[in-house]
Design a binder for this molecule. Structure first.
Ligand code: ADP
Ligand code: ADP
Length: 225
């Protein structure tokens, strides 16, 4: 079966720094793939290229049969908004908005009217057991609760791929496990694939399969589940 998302031979430099030197990644529909490797090895750069957040200097990213490089900025950003979800380490919720408004935000940015967006966000929060937090603002929530809200926000558009860059990096291990359980259960239920950048082997154990990035190149690694 062809992969839903394929990154082939990506190269990226930042001035004198070589971040990627021929990195690959293949993600099939619905699977959880971990990206591990030492700090500075190029994991985040690989994720950002695969997600169309930055353009590689060379190599190509194919999503659903389409080369991202061939899309203009407007179409690329529409693919990111509608087909991809993002979870980062922390500091990603808008502090002035309630949890519900944060979850509804990707729909609002995609032009969905407020009432419809908030109704959908509320339904999702309900299913994820977050309904009692809907009116809280991020500052009133624990780190783990904030990360669950961020996961809900990543899921609200019904993405095909969720990109998670060290999603538990700011959490203690018990809270991190709860967030990973929720993220992977919700992704499996909705059929979304997950690309999981982490240096924590316990987090990588949630993946079906993994790649290891070293010096900007990837090698495959057997999954733990
Ligand atoms: P990892 O996620 O594995 O820690 P990164 O992809 O963040 O690795 O970084 C790979 C290399 O590229 C590192 O040397 C890093 O310092 C460098 N790098 C990443 N992003 C930038 C940037 N925006 N500007 C300059 N150098 C960068
Ligand atoms: P890292 O900690 O790996 O460096 P950052 O959180 O700084 O990652 O984000 C890296 C890039 O991802 C930035 O270019 C930023 O614009 C983009 N980004 C961050 N958060 C989001 C988000 N929630 N949705 C879409 N893009 C985001």
């Amino acid at each position: 079966m062809t992969a839903l998302l394929m990154a082939e031979q990506l190269h990226k430099t930042y001035g004198p720094t070589v971040a990627l030197a021929g990195a690959d990644l293949a993600v099939h529909a619905g699977e959880v793939v971990s990206v591990m490797g030492p700090s500075g090895s190029g994991k985040s750069t690989l994720l950002h290229c695969a997600a169309g957040l930055i353009r590689p200097d060379a190599g190509r990213v194919i999503y659903a049969g389409q080369a991202l490089a061939e899309l203009g900025d407007v179409r690329l950003s529409a693919v990111r908004r509608r087909e991809f979800g993002f979870v980062f380490q922390f500091g990603q919720l808008v502090p002035e908005l309630t949890a519900l408004q944060n979850v509804a935000l990707p729909l609002r940015l995609d032009g969905v009217p407020r009432r419809t967006a908030e109704r959908r966000a509320a339904g999702l929060m309900d299913r994820l057991g977050l309904a009692d937090r809907a009116r809280s603002r991020p500052g009133q929530l624990s780190g783990g609760q904030q990360q669950r809200i961020a996961v809900a926000r990543a899921l609200v558009t019904g993405p095909k791929v969720i990109f998670a860059d060290e999603p538990t990096g700011a959490l203690d291990s018990v809270t991190g496990e709860q967030v990973m359980d929720m993220l992977t259960d919700a992704a499996r239920e909705s059929g979304a694939a997950v690309v999981l950048v982490t240096h924590d082997a316990r987090v990588a154990a949630y993946a079906d399969r993994g790649v290891v990035v070293r010096d900007g190149r990837s090698a495959s690694r057997a999954g733990a589940r």
